[in-house]
Design a protein around this ligand. Structure first.
Ligand code: GTP
Ligand code: MG
Length: 403
């Protein structure tokens, strides 16, 4: 989103770096030729001397405390200005929606172009596209693995890999096989990279009282959901973010399949089936120490279903377990109470989601983490198959430089 430019400061742009909402501070980036001088002229330093015309000794790396004034001289907020370079300033004002909005509105009416917000916006000025995409995704990273992978891509890992593949084709002898292998390996990283930035949802369904909520709590690491020994405890579909080997996933705990026909039970069942329909995968939790309820059939399609045969700490019910194995889907024995089998279950869940298990080096190398990047690599692969060097180089260029 770009506001209409007014006259006055055609070379300057600004954007809000911090997310909207309550917080200690908001940070506005202001950049463009003359940004430091512009900000300096708007600052009334806390030390006394008035704003315009008086120097505060701006130099890169300096922080200056004072009051940021509007075009008319009105004080807009108490701020700390950070001068990152001659043409880049960060305005740290009070948090919450209003102080930053007042400053941005004033900058806009002074002719400063207001750019799309988020950390990526601040780097839009001269930034490479993959770096910008990484900085846009970083604030939403939910696990340290996601943050490390994105930081590595912001630092150039993916761009470097693309350059390396381009180099293989740019000089004779052109090695299509090598380029094809490298592009194949690169596109295979997308399953992990995209899962890190766009967490998949797994619906947790199954008969009442099987231990669904206890299992979700165990995977989350805290008592998010109410657990009791009364069948029918869970009614709502409750979304619980968890990390499976560093991969963020949203588990949706649902009401157990039960025979009750009350309106509340009917609504709970509807919410459960909606969760199953909308999820990327389904984890069916059964009580392996009991027979399956009469007529119970697993919801969802088999390709994306996994079973946790829970309560494995109790004596197994052979007939119930045999019936579950007939469903033809992966079965992992778990005990949500002792924690047994939870690692195997986490690994199996990633398998059903098509996400490779992250390795020690996953955060260090090149990783595709957006659909746009994957599309570029796919185009490069197609061009390799056609023997079209120019097509590959163009696709790699758009991976690193955008359309
Ligand atoms: N022994 C044993 N008990 C378990 C295990 N998991 C859950 N339970 C117990 O089983 C009972 C039901 O657990 P919940 O987690 O509420 O089961 P649920 O499937 O969410 O039940 P609804 O929400 O009613 O469908 C509780 O008393 C739990 O403590 C397990 O692995 N082993
Ligand atoms: Mg429950």
């Amino acid at each position: 989103m770009r506001t209409t430019r007014a006259s006055g400061k055609p070379g300057l742009a600004a954007c809000l770096l911090t997310p909207p909402g309550e917080g200690g501070i908001s940070v506005i980036a202001l950049w463009g030729e003359g940004a430091a001088g512009f900000a300096e002229a708007r600052l009334k330093p806390a030390g006394g001397r008035t704003a315009a015309g008086h120097t505060v000794g701006v130099r890169p790396g300096r922080l200056v405390y004072g009051f940021f004034c509007g075009e008319s001289g009105e004080i807009l907020d108490e701020v700390i200005l950070g001068f990152a370079a001659r043409d880049r300033v960060e305005i740290n004002c009070h948090g919450g929606a209003l102080p930053a909005r007042r400053i941005l509105e004033d900058l806009s009416s002074s002719g400063v172009s207001i750019e799309k917000g988020g950390a990526g916006g601040a780097f839009g000025h001269g930034a490479r596209i993959i770096e910008r995409e990484a900085f846009e995704a970083l604030p939403a990273a939910q696990t340290s693995l996601a943050a490390r992978v994105l930081a590595a891509q912001a630092g150039g890992a993916l761009e470097h890999a693309a350059d390396g593949i381009g180099a293989v084709l740019s000089h004779p002898p052109v090695d299509f096989q090598k380029a094809s292998r490298a592009l194949g390996a690169l596109s295979a990283t997308a399953a992990l990279g995209i899962a890190l930035t766009r967490p998949a949802a797994v619906a947790v369904a199954g008969p009442a009282n099987a231990g669904k909520s206890t299992l979700v709590n165990a995977l989350a690491g805290y008592g998010r959901n109410i657990v009791t020994d009364v069948p029918g405890t869970t009614r709502d579909a409750v979304r619980v973010p968890v990390a499976l080997f560093g991969v963020p996933v949203v588990l949706i705990d649902t009401a157990g399949a039960a025979a009750s026909r009350t309106p509340l039970a009917a609504e709970a069942a509807l919410r459960a089936s909606n969760a199953v329909a909308g999820a990327h995968a389904v984890l069916i939790v059964v009580d392996s120490s009991a027979a399956l309820p009469d007529g119970y059939a697993p919801p969802g399609d088999r390709q994306r279903t996994l079973v946790a045969a829970n309560k494995a700490d109790l004596a197994p019910n052979a007939a119930g377990l045999a019936a579950v194995h007939e469903w033809g889907v992966g079965v992992v024995e778990t005990s949500a109470v002792t924690g047994a089998g939870l690692e195997d279950l986490s690994e199996a869940m990633l398998g059903v989601l098509g996400v490779p298990l992250p390795g020690k080096d996953s955060a260090a190398g090149a990783v595709i983490f957006t659909d746009r990047q994957l599309e570029c690599v796919r185009k490069a692969l197609q061009a390799v198959e056609r023997g079209d060097v120019k097509g590959v180089l163009e696709a790699l260029k758009s991976l690193s430089s955008g359309p």
